[in-house]
Design a protein around this ligand. Structure first.
Ligand SMILES: [Zn+2]
Length: 102
């Protein structure tokens, strides 16, 4: 095996490791984001539970439409196609038409 091709192989490997390292960093950031999102939802859930235990019904003062709109603005689908999942593709026409109907 000639030295030249060994050097090329090592250089290619180095490049791939570099790319994997960047990908790893991106994945770590995504995990971090998901953990934070999860914590936020847990806290919100706790708050709702506490409020309903205290006999308050936090959802009542708002109309159903306001609640749906709020959930939608927070980045979740409210349409029956993808209800409850994160909106990753921007505005959702199904959600928007659903808001208008209610
Ligand atoms: Zn939707």
């Amino acid at each position: 095996m000639d030295k030249q091709s060994l050097f090329v192989q090592v250089a290619n490997l180095e490049e791939r490791i570099g790319e994997l390292y960047v990908e790893l960093g991106t994945l770590k950031q995504k995990i971090q984001d998901l953990i934070e999102e999860n914590l936020r939802l847990q806290r919100e859930n706790e708050r709702f539970k506490e409020e309903s235990l205290e006999g308050k019904t936090p959802l009542e003062p708002r109309s159903a439409q306001e609640n749906l709109l709020r959930i939608y603005r927070e980045g979740f689908h409210i349409c029956n196609v993808k209800y409850g999942s994160l909106r990753t593709e921007g505005e959702c026409l199904f959600c928007l038409s659903f808001i208008q109907k209610t």
